[in-house]
Design a protein around this ligand. Structure first.
Ligand SMILES: [Zn+2]
Length: 157
């Protein structure tokens, strides 16, 4: 296959076909390119053979942007192909949820103070905000902070 056909084969491949993890994807792409681990080292001397093996065995699950560019260039793919399956060491689900709650508390407070455009806690895009007036069970006025993201499904209720 010539290079153009390979490019089409990769761009039309489903995420499953290319692999769902960085490790699987690098192995798949390398095989599609008919390259050995040594070939990657040869075309990107910054990568040692051990490093390539670490990536392919899943020890390393994300790359710095310069490393990603080099590896993507060696595999002749768009860096996004690698980036979309990278996973960073993350906090536990509980601390994520706690962090979201504390962000939402900040957002709520800012909205009630008058902010109308804040940063979405999910995606960082603009959050449209408003204050909704209502009555509580005793007929007292209450003010509720409402917000929704313009880019992602995030809604502050
Ligand atoms: Zn968002």
């Amino acid at each position: 296959m010539d290079k153009d056909k390979l490019q089409i084969a990769i761009s039309s491949a489903t995420p499953e076909q290319l692999g769902a993890t960085l490790a699987q994807r690098v192995v798949r792409l390398r095989e599609i390119r008919n390259m050995t681990q040594k070939d990657i080292v040869k075309s990107s001397p910054r990568f040692t053979l051990e490093r390539v093996q670490d990536i392919e065995s899943g020890v390393e699950t994300w790359l710095s942007s310069s490393d990603r560019q080099l590896l993507a260039r060696a595999l002749v793919v768009d860096p996004v192909i690698l980036q979309e399956v990278e996973t960073r060491p993350r906090y536990s689900a509980e601390s994520d949820a706690a962090m979201m709650l504390s962000k939402e508390a900040d957002i709520t407070e800012s909205i009630l103070m008058g902010a109308r455009e804040l940063e979405c806690p999910r995606c960082g895009n603009i959050l449209r905000c408003r204050v909704q007036e209502g009555l509580d069970m005793d007929g007292q006025p209450v003010y509720l902070a409402k917000a929704f993201c313009q880019k992602c499904p995030y809604v502050l209720k």
